[in-house]
Ligand binder design. Structure first.
Ligand code: SF4
Length: 242
């Protein structure tokens, strides 16, 4: 088992303190997990310390089987049931009836509408009534990295948003996972550094920008799902790899 350096142990301690502060000052709070590597680090920290932060995922109906398997893996490893938020059936049915099952390939507008129905609206329901939400975003992943803070205002959802891993590097994430035997999505070992819905994510080649694997048929300017907006700018993932 790999060991963490003193610097990494300090990072873990600081992250744990952030999570404890969220519980102390921002209850009720929720953690939006995409079930990817960063989110498994936070899941491990939250559940091993039995912190009362509810963990949820957006089950869009188009996730990979490997991603869905992580829900069972979390149950098996930690005895915890991740809350799943699904899109409104009527909205999905209407979209599919009107446009087809895979209309998101047709235009940016069609893709954004699918994301709105399957992600943005369920996220709003998941966040309702909470004082804060937690994400696994890191500064090193973000195009607007200088603006990604551990704690920030989220005016879109009228609450505080915490990114406890903002200061973590990709290496820190994987070293923590290995050192603590944290389960992770099998797709990370198959060329998927960033994992979204199955039809909108593909494996990338070494050296390719991670965005190359998300909504790859669109130009970079339009790549966003509407979940993370900071200072009016979209947050884009730059590099993550197992
Ligand atoms: S990522 Fe693709 S399938 Fe998932 S909600 Fe967005 S457009 Fe739809």
């Amino acid at each position: 088992m790999s060991q963490l350096s003193n610097e990494q142990l300090a990072l873990v301690a600081a992250t744990r303190q952030t999570l404890e502060r969220i519980v102390r000052d921002f209850t009720p709070a929720v953690f939006a997990s995409s079930l990817a590597a960063e989110d498994m680090v936070l899941t491990d920290l939250i559940l091993k310390s039995q912190l009362p932060i509810t963990i949820f995922s957006l089950e869009t109906g188009r996730l990979h089987a490997e991603t869905l398997a992580m829900v069972d893996k979390v149950k098996e490893t930690y005895g915890y049931d991740i809350t799943l938020y699904r899109p409104e059936t009527a909205a999905v049915d209407a979209y599919v009836a009107r446009n087809g099952l895979n209309a998101f390939y047709d235009s940016v507008e069609m893709r954004k509408e699918c994301c709105r129905i399957r992600k943005v609206e369920p996220l709003g329901r998941a966040l309702a009534g909470n004082q804060a939400w937690v994400t696994g975003q890191r500064r090193a992943q973000a195009a607007t990295r200088s603006s990604l803070m551990v704690e920030e205002d989220d005016p879109a959802h009228f609450m505080t948003k915490f990114n406890p891993l903002a200061d973590w590097s990709e290496q820190d994430v994987w070293d923590y996972i290995k050192a603590n035997n944290v389960p992770y999505n099998a797709l990370h070992d198959q060329g998927y550094p960033s994992i979204g819905c199955a039809p909108c994510t593909r494996a990338i080649e070494p050296g390719e920008d991670v965005r190359a694997g998300r909504w790859w048929w669109e130009n970079p300017e339009s790549k966003e799902c509407g979940l993370h907006v900071v200072d009016g700018k979209l947050i884009r993932i730059k590099s993550v790899a197992a």
